[in-house]
Write a protein that binds this ligand. Structure first.
Ligand SMILES: *[C@@H]1O[C@H](CO)[C@@H](O)[C@H](O)[C@H]1NC(C)=O
Ligand SMILES: *[C@@H]1O[C@H](CO)[C@@H](O)[C@H](O)[C@H]1NC(C)=O
Ligand SMILES: *[C@@H]1O[C@H](CO)[C@@H](O)[C@H](O)[C@H]1NC(C)=O
Ligand SMILES: *[C@@H]1O[C@H](CO)[C@@H](O)[C@H](O)[C@H]1NC(C)=O
Ligand SMILES: *[C@@H]1O[C@H](CO)[C@@H](O)[C@H](O)[C@H]1NC(C)=O
Ligand SMILES: *[C@@H]1O[C@H](CO)[C@@H](O)[C@H](O)[C@H]1NC(C)=O
Ligand SMILES: *[C@@H]1O[C@H](CO)[C@@H](O)[C@H](O)[C@H]1NC(C)=O
Length: 864
C-alpha cells in the first residue's frame, strides 16, 4: 500500500510538534495545564501506597523478572479532590509543558543541598488538564495512549478519577493506556509527582519537564518502541537492513494484518524526506494473525544499494534514513486499508570496538572527543527546549567535540534526534546508582523493583539511533569494587545485550582496580579520572581484548574571565586558597590549570592519553557548567552551580574552550591569549600570559616588544606560557606559526572605563512558535568597543514586540539573582538574556539592555 510521500513529511522532522499519518495521530499534549506545588503532602498518597498498582506498568519490560498484577478493588487516590472533574483549579498556575517547577527559585530552598543546586525541587506537584475526546476516539476501535518523555518524579496519573498508572524513575520515558477510562466529551487528567529532598547528586529539576504526547491508533498497531532496525553488514556498495516490527493487538479478537516497511532517504539539508522521493528499499508485505491481547514480531530484511552511511563529521557525514512501516487490514466493508503508519529514523553504519585502536565507525578510526553533560539547560532549567539543546551541541561541535555522555541518566529523546542529525557519538547512560545509594533518596530505592524495566525501556527507546555507540549501565556505582559489582554488572549487561546485540556496554569506574569483578565482566573499560593516574596501562595489560576509554576526565574548575595570582608553574594543580581559588568570593582561576584532588588539567589529560594510544578517547567533565555540584563551594553559603564546564552556565566560552578546540580541531588556525589585559592594580607585577594554540611556534608581543618566540614543547601540549611577563597597560599580541609561516593572530587590549552595552544575538531570526529561543549577549564595553573584562554593571533587559524575556544569566556560579530576573549583573563583562517569541506571532521583537551611566544597546529579532 503506497500513499503520498508528502504525508510523511511532518513526522520526519525531528522535534516537530505533532503529526498524523494514515492510522496514527500523535499530537503534543503540552498546552493548557494547571499546576500547584505543595511542600507538605496534600493528599496522604505516596509511592508506597500506589506501588502495587503502578508496578504492572513495568510488565512490558520484564523478561527475567516476574510480571506484576494489580490488587483487586479500587486503586488509591480516586477520592483525592485534585483528580475530580469538579475540583476548582482556578487558583492553580496556568502553564504549558515542558515545565520545571523549581528553576525560578527562590534560592536556598530548605533541605536542598548545594550539590542539588539549592532550588526548590522537593514537594508534591499536581498537574491537571482537560482532555476532549470525540465520539470516534471512544468507538471501541482505537487505543489512546499518553506518552511522557519524562516526569520528575514518581509520576502517578488519573483519568476521570481512575488511577491509570505511573512510573517512578524521573528520567524514564513511559506510556499509559488511557483507553479504558476515556469518555466522549471532557475528561480530566491529573498527574501527581513527588520529589524527596536529597534524591540526586546534581540539580534534577522537578515537574513534567519533557514533552507529553497523545497517541491515537487502531487497537492493532505497531507497539511502543515497536521497531528494531539493525544493519549487520555495511559496505559502500550495499547494506543489509533488518527490521523487526512488533505488532500489538489490544482488541478483543484475532486480527490479520499485512506488515510492510519502505525505506526512504532523509535529505540532509531539510532533514525530511524529499517530496516525491521513491523508496530506496522495501520489505515485502508479510501477513500475520495477532491474537487478542497479544504481540507478534515480524522480521524482515532488505538491502540498500550504495548506502549513504551515517558517521561523525568532519571525516564522515551523518546521513539518515527513515523506515516507514504500514499495517493494513481488511475493514468491515471488505477493503484493505492502512490501519497504522509508524516511522523509524535510523542510520546505516557499522561500529567496532578495537582494544588497540579504539572506536571504528564504518571501519574508520574515530578518536572520541567527548564531553559529559547533565540535563539542565542553564537558566531555563530542565524544562526541555529543543533550541537550548541544539545550541549547546552546536557550541560543542564548534569546539571539535564529536561525542556526548548523557551523564548520568537517559536523555530527552530529542537530544538523540539532534545527535543523529549532527553526527555526535553518544554514550547513552542509564543509572547513577544500583542497589546501593549515594544519597538518601536516590534510585537505589527503586533498583530492585525497576532496574530491569527501566533498562529495557531505555534501550528499546534509544536503540535505533545511529548516534548511540554504547550503553553505560552505571556511573561510579558504589558496588564497583565489590563482588556484587560483578554480579549486578553482569545482570545489567545481559539485559542490554538481549535488547540490543549490536552495541557493547561500559560502566564509568572511578575506584575499581583491574582485579575487581566489574571490569572483568563489562565489555568496555570506562575509567573516570583513573586514567590520569596511570591506570590505562594496568587495565590494558589485564584486559588486552577490551576497549578502554576515559568516561570522565579532567574536572578542571574555573570561573570565566577570573584570573587569580600567583599562577602555578605546574601544568596541573589542585586548587587551594594560595593558588587557584578565591575562597572569599568563591571564584576559581581561569588559567585552566586547577582541579579538585581527583582531577587533572586538560593538559595533563592530553599527555596521559597520548602516552596510551590504545585509549579510545575521553568524555570531559563537563561540556557545560550545570546547576548544582558547585565543587569546591558546595557547603552552606557556597555557590549554586558548577565550575567544571568548558562553557559557563550562560553559554559563554571559558578560555578552556580554545584549549580543547586547539587539540580537537588542530587544522583550524588558532591562537587564544589569556588573561585579559586590564589590570590597573597590577602595574609592574608578574602577570603570566598563556596562549592556547595548535601551532608549532608562537611569539608574544607585549606593547609591541617581543616577549619571546616559543616552540611547542611536545605534541600533547597546546599551551604556550610566558610566565614572567610584567603587566603594563597597552596590548598583547600573539602570532602563531605553522611550518614557519604565520598561521593565526590574537590580541588583547587594555580597556578604558565602561561606556556602553554592546548587544548581539545568536540568530537574527527565530520561529514565532512560543518555543524557539534567541540568546541575547550583552558586553560591557569601553568607548572603543573593547570589553571591560571585570565589569559587573547591573544590566536590565526589556523586550518590546511579540516576545518575552524568559531568563537571564551571566555564568557566575555565585550569582543568587533569580533566573527570571530582568536585571542581571554582568560577570567578567558579560550578561545573557534568553528571549522567546509569543506563540503564533510574526513581526519583530526588540531587546534593549540598559545600565546606569552607560549607553544602552539593542538588537532586533525577526520572527518567522
Ligand atoms: C477545565 O475546564 C474547566 C471548565 O472550563 C475550568 O474551570 C478548569 O480550569 C479547566 N482546567 C484546566 C486544567 O484547564
Ligand atoms: C469487542 O470489541 C468490539 C469493538 O471493537 C465491541 O463492539 C464488542 O462488544 C467487543 N466484544 C466483546 C466480547 O467484548
Ligand atoms: C526476529 O528478530 C527477533 C529480534 O531480533 C529475534 O529474537 C528472533 O529470533 C527473530 N526471528 C527470526 C525468525 O528471525
Ligand atoms: C472502507 O472503509 C475504510 C475505513 O474503514 C475507508 O477508508 C475506505 O474508503 C472504505 N472503502 C470503500 C470502498 O468503501
Ligand atoms: C610536554 O610538555 C609539557 C610542558 O612543557 C610537559 O609538562 C610534559 O611533561 C611534556 N610531555 C612529555 C611527554 O614530554
Ligand atoms: C581608544 O583607542 C585609541 C586609539 O587606539 C586610544 O588612543 C584610546 O586611548 C582608546 N580609548 C580607550 C578608552 O581605551
Ligand atoms: C559588538 O556588536 C557587534 C555587532 O553589533 C559585534 O560584531 C561585535 O563583536 C560586538 N563586540 C563585542 C565586544 O561584543
Amino acid at each position: 500500500m503506497l500513499f503520498p510521500v508528502s504525508s510523511l513529511l511532518l513526522l520526519a522532522i525531528a522535534g516537530s510538534a505533532s503529526a498524523a499519518t494514515p492510522g496514527r495521530d500523535r499530537s503534543s499534549l503540552n498546552a493548557d495545564w494547571r499546576f500547584s506545588r505543595f511542600t507538605s503532602n496534600p493528599d496522604s498518597l505516596s509511592y508506597n501506597t500506589l506501588r502495587s498498582w503502578i508496578l504492572p506498568q513495568a510488565n512490558d519490560f520484564l523478561v527475567d523478572g516476574a510480571k506484576h498484577t494489580a490488587p483487586s478493588g479500587t486503586a488509591p487516590g480516586s477520592n483525592v479532590a485534585y483528580v475530580q472533574a469538579n475540583f476548582n483549579d482556578a487558583g492553580w498556575q496556568s502553564l504549558d509543558l515542558p515545565h520545571d517547577w523549581a528553576i525560578a527559585g527562590p534560592w536556598n530552598a530548605p533541605g536542598i543541598s548545594g550539590g542539588m543546586g539549592r532550588l526548590p525541587t522537593n514537594g508534591v506537584g499536581w498537574y491537571r488538564k482537560n482532555l476532549t475526546a470525540t465520539a470516534s476516539d471512544v468507538d471501541g476501535t482505537k487505543s489512546i495512549f499518553l506518552d511522557f518523555d519524562g516526569a520528575m518524579s514518581y509520576a502517578a496519573v488519573w483519568l476521570n478519577g481512575n488511577l491509570v498508572g505511573g512510573w517512578p524513575y524521573g528520567y524514564a520515558s513511559f506510556r499509559l493506556d488511557l483507553t479504558p477510562y476515556l469518555k466522549e466529551g471532557n475528561n480530566i487528567l491529573a498527574v501527581r509527582l513527588d520529589n524527596a529532598v536529597e534524591n540526586s547528586r546534581w540539580y534534577p529539576g522537578a515537574g513534567i519537564y519533557r514533552n507529553v504526547w497523545l497517541v491515537k491508533v487502531d487497537k492493532t498497531h505497531v507497539a511502543q518502541y515497536g521497531t528494531q532496525i539493525t544493519t549487520p553488514s555495511v559496505s559502500s556498495s550495499s547494506a543489509t537492513v533488518n527490521v523487526v516490527v512488533q505488532v500489538e493487538n489490544l482488541g478483543n479478537a484475532t486480527r490479520q494484518v499485512d506488515v510492510t516497511t519502505d525505506i526512504y532517504e532523509i535529505d540532509q539539508s531539510t532533514n525530511t524526506v524529499a517530496s516525491g522521493a521513491a523508496a530506496v528499499a522495501s520489505i515485502k508485505p508479510t501477513t500475520i494473525s495477532v491474537g487478542a491481547g497479544k504481540k507478534q514480531a515480524v522480521n524482515g530484511s532488505t538491502a540498500v544499494a550504495n548506502p549513504r552511511l551515517w558517521g561523525p563529521p568532519p571525516a564522515q557525514t551523518p546521513n539518515l534514513y527513515v523506515a516507514v512501516t504500514t499495517l493494513s487490514a481488511t475493514g468491515a466493508n471488505g477493503t484493505k486499508t492502512v490501519i497504522d503508519t509508524y516511522e523509524t529514523r535510523f542510520g546505516i553504519r557499522s561500529i567496532a570496538y578495537d582494544p588497540s585502536k579504539g572506536l571504528l565507525v564504518n571501519g574508520q578510526h574515530v578518536y572520541v572527543q567527548g564531553v559529559c553533560n547533565h540535563l539542565d539547560q542553564g537558566a531555563i532549567g530542565t524544562a526541555f527546549n529543543f533550541r537550548a539543546t541544539q545550541r549547546q551541541l552546536q557550541t560543542l561541535q564548534e569546539m571539535g567535540a564529536n561525542a556526548l555522555r548523557t551523564s548520568h541518566n537517559p536523555p530527552a529523546p530529542e537530544l538523540l534526534d539532534l545527535a543523529d542529525t549532527m553526527g555526535f557519538l553518544v554514550l547513552d547512560e542509564a543509572f547513577d546508582c544500583w542497589s546501593s545509594g549515594k544519597v538518601t533518596n536516590d534510585y537505589h530505592l527503586l533498583y530492585s523493583d525497576w532496574h530491569e524495566a527501566d533498562l529495557r525501556a531505555f534501550i528499546r527507546r534509544d536503540r535505533n539511533h545511529p548516534s548511540v555507540i554504547a550503553w553505560s549501565i552505571g556511573n561510579e556505582v558504589s558496588e564497583q569494587s565489590s563482588s556484587q559489582g560483578g554480579s549486578l554488572g553482569q545482570q545489567l549487561q545481559n539485559i542490554a545485550h538481549s535488547e540490543d546485540p549490536t552495541r557493547q556496554c561500559t560502566t564509568a569506574m572511578n575506584a575499581a582496580g583491574p582485579t575487581a569483578a566489574l571490569p572483568g565482566v563489562i565489555d568496555i573499560i570506562g575509567l573516570n579520572y583513573e586514567g590520569e593516574t596511570g591506570a590505562y596501562g594496568s587495565f590494558h595489560s589485564r584486559f588486552p581484548n577490551k576497549m578502554i576509554w576515559g568516561t570522565e576526565t579532567a574536572s578542571c574548575i574555573s570561573s570565566r574571565g577570573t584570573y587569580l595570582f600567583p599562577v602555578t608553574s605546574a601544568n596541573s594543580a589542585v586548587y587551594s586558597t594560595s593558588g587557584g581559588a578565591d575562597g572569599t568570593h568563591h571564584y576559581l582561576s581561569a588559567y585552566e590549570l586547577f582541579t579538585p584532588g581527583w582531577g587533572s588539567s586538560p593538559d595533563g589529560v592530553f599527555a596521559g592519553q597520548d602516552r596510551y594510544p590504545f585509549v579510545a578517547g575521553e568524555f570531559v567533565w563537563t561540556g557545560f557548567d550545570y546547576i548544582g555540584e558547585p565543587t569546591p563551594y558546595g557547603g552552606s553559603g557556597g555557590a549554586r552551580s558548577s565550575y567544571f564546564g568548558i562553557v559557563d552556565l550562560a553559554g559563554f566560552r571559558k578560555d578552556r574552550f580554545y584549549l580543547y578546540q586547539a587539540r580537537w580541531r588542530p587544522d583550524l588556525p588558532s591562537a587564544h591569549i589569556l588573561p585579559h589585559w586590564t589590570w590597573p592594580d597590577r602595574v609592574g607585577q608578574t602577570t603570566p600570559v598563556h596562549v592556547f594554540s595548535a601551532a608549532d611556534e608562537v611569539e608574544l608581543f607585549v606593547n609591541g616588544a617581543s616577549a619571546g618566540r616559543l616552540k611547542r614543547p611536545n605534541a600533547s601540549t597546546y599551551r604556550f606560557r610566558w610566565d614572567s611577563v610584567k603587566y603594563a597597560p597597552g596590548s598583547l599580541r600573539a602570532v602563531a606559526y605553522k611550518d614557519g609561516k604565520q598561521w593565526a593572530v590574537d590580541e588583547r587590549r587594555t580597556a578604558g572605563d565602561a561606556a556602553a552595552l554592546n548587544v548581539t544575538v545568536d540568530r537574527a531570526a527565530i520561529a514565532g512558535d512560543g518555543k524557539d529561543l534567541a540568546y541575547v549577549s550583552v558586553a560591557v564595553v569601553d568607548a572603543n568597543g573593547t570589553v571591560v573584562p571585570r565589569a559587573s554593571n547591573e544590566v536590565t533587559f526589556s523586550v518590546s514586540g511579540p516576545g518575552q524575556l524568559v531568563a537571564t544569566d551571566n555564568g557566575d556560579p555565585t550569582d543568587y539573582t533569580a533566573f527570571p530576573s530582568a536585571a542581571r549583573k554582568a560577570f567578567s563583562g558579560l550578561a545573557m538574556g534568553i528571549v522567546r517569541a509569543q506563540k503564533g506571532q510574526t513581526g519583530q521583537v526588540t531587546v534593549t539592555a540598559k545600565a546606569d551611566g552607560l549607553a544602552q544597546g539593542q538588537v532586533t529579532i525577526t520572527l518567522n
